[in-house]
Design a protein around this ligand. Structure first.
Ligand code: NAD
Length: 247
C-alpha cells in the first residue's frame, strides 16, 4: 500500500531509541523527510548515520518549554515546515501514591503531558492553515488500565489523552488528524534494561510475545497516511491483547 508520505515533513521526538526511532525509521522508509529529536547529540548522530539522507537531528530536552520552542523552530527551518508530529519521550519515574511526593508531579506532567501540548501549540496552526496535518502521540496502555507503581505516568497520560481528544475535534475540519497510540510491552532496549530477562513478561501476554518496535513504527506511519484521514480522536492500543476491557 502506498501511504502517500513521500516528501511529507515529520518531527519525531524521543527518536534516538526504542519506539520513537522505529517510527522515524518507518517514516523514512515511506519517503518522508524526518527530523529526530532527543537530548543526546551523540545518540542522535548514531540514528542519523543509520537512517541516512532525508534525516535531520535537533538536540532538545522536552522537560524545557524553551527547548521545545527552539526545537520546533529549528526543525521548521531544516525541513521548510512540519506536516507530521510524532510526540514521544521517556516515561516519568515509578512510584505509588504513598511513595510519590506531590513535588514530583510537575516534572512528570511537563514530560508526559505539557511537552505534547507545547509541540501541538507550535505545529498545529500551520498544519491547519495548509489544510493537512497528522499528530500522533505515543502514550501507554496505562491509559486504559492504570499500572501499579506508575502513578505519575498513569496520571499524566490520561490527561494527555483528554487533551488530544479535545484537539482532534477542534481541528478535524481542517484536514488535521490527532490520535494516540498506546503501547503495551514492546521489545525495546529500555524494556530489557528495566526487566532483564523478558521471557516471563512475554509469556503473560495473550499473544505470547512482546511487540516488535518496527511493527509499532509501521502502525504509526499508517496513521500518518492519506488513507488514515478518517481516523481521528482515537486512542489505539497496540498491546498484544493485554488490556481486557471493551474500550
Ligand atoms: P526509550 O527509553 O527506548 O526511548 C525514549 C526516547 O525518548 C529516547 O530517545 C530518549 O532519549 C528520549 N527522551 C527521554 N527523555 C527525554 C527528554 N526529556 N527530552 C527529549 N528526549 C527524551 O523508551 P521506549 O521503550 O521507546 O518508550 C517510548 C515511550 O513509550 C515512553 O514514554 C514509554 O514510557 C512508553 N511506553 C513504552 C512501552 C514499551 O514497552 N517499550 C510500554 C508502555 C509505554
Amino acid at each position: 500500500m502506498d501511504l502517500q508520505l513521500k516528501g511529507k515533513r515529520a518531527l519525531v521526538t524521543g527518536a534516538s531509541s526504542g519506539l520513537g526511532l522505529a517510527c522515524a525509521r518507518s517514516l523514512v522508509a515511506e519517503g518522508a523527510i524526518v527530523t529526530l529529536v532527543a537530548r543526546s547529540t551523540a545518540r542522535l548522530e548514531r540514528a542519523r548515520a543509520e537512517l541516512g539522507a532525508g534525516t535531520h537531528v535537533v538536540a532538545a530536552d522536552l522537560a524545557s518549554l524553551a527547548d521545545i520552542e527552539r526545537m520546533v523552530q529549528e526543525a521548521e527551518a531544516l525541513m521548510g515546515g512540519i506536516d507530521i508530529l510524532v510526540a514521544n519521550a521517556g516515561g516519568p519515574p515509578p512510584g505509588s501514591f504513598e511513595s510519590t511526593d506531590v513535588a514530583a508531579y510537575p516534572a512528570a506532567l511537563q514530560l508526559s503531558l505539557l511537552s505534547t501540548v507545547a509541540m501541538c501549540k507550535a505545529t498545529v496552526p500551520a498544519m491547519r492553515a495548509r489544510g493537512w496535518g497528522r499528530v500522533i502521540a505515543i502514550t501507554s496502555i496505562a491509559v486504559r488500565e492504570p499500572i501499579a507503581q506508575l502513578i505519575l505516568s498513569n496520571t499524566a497520560r490520561a490527561g494527555l489523552t483528554g487533551f488530544l481528544k479535545t484537539l482532534a475535534t477542534e481541528v478535524a475540519g481542517d484536514g488535521v488528524t490527532v490520535n494516540s497510540v498506546q503501547p503495551g510491552l514492546h521489545a525495546t532496549d529500555r524494556l530489557r534494561e528495566v526487566f532483564g530477562d523478558t521471557t516471563r513478561l512475554a509469556a503473560g501476554l495473550p499473544v505470547g510475545k512482546l511487540g516488535d518496535p518496527e511493527d509499532f513504527g509501521r502502525i504509526v506511519s499508517f496513521l500518518c497516511s492519506q488513507t488514515a484521514g478518517f481516523i481521528t480522536g482515537a486512542a489505539i492500543p497496540v498491546d498484544g491483547g493485554a488490556s481486557r476491557g471493551l474500550q
